[in-house]
Unconditional design. Sequence first.
Length: 187
Amino acid sequence: MDQRWGGLGRELRKLGMWRHLPAERAAEAEALVAEGGYPLRLSDGAQGVNWFFVDGEEMAEAGVPRELRDLMPALEAHGVAFHVDELAYPAGGVEDGDYVVSINGRRCVVWTAEDWRTDQAWTVAVVRPLAVLNDLLAEARATPRLFTLYAGMNDGVVWLLDPRIVDAVADSGLVEEREIPALAVLG
């Protein structure tokens, strides 16, 4: 077995990847990575703590307030309370306007007609609101940020992680790039 896996497991534990778990389960998670296991596997004990399912289709179909609701307790634990208001949703179809929400008074264009034309609507409907939440986390001086994996899919995942954890996974060279969560940013 490549020794880098053991180093990655130790680094992730040191960075707090499994701090929400009892010591024995954290040691088991580290050992799984040391044996070559995917370091960001979805465990039941962490859902709602540091990872969440998010449905890109639901987000795009006026579901931003509903889909983000599951993140509220975890973000509140990091000093971020938020409220989402729907400002505009084109009832007549995507050509009638943009889907716009407000998150704590910040205007967020969830998608535009152009996003639909370029088949990006489901992806941007996930990433753009999460980017606003990342701005709120930064303003609260919280360490973790929201990262996406499979953004825009029905079974997408949002991770709430210390960015150093994602950097450690990426820098290890052990995980394919498509399996490394991406920071939710506007752009």
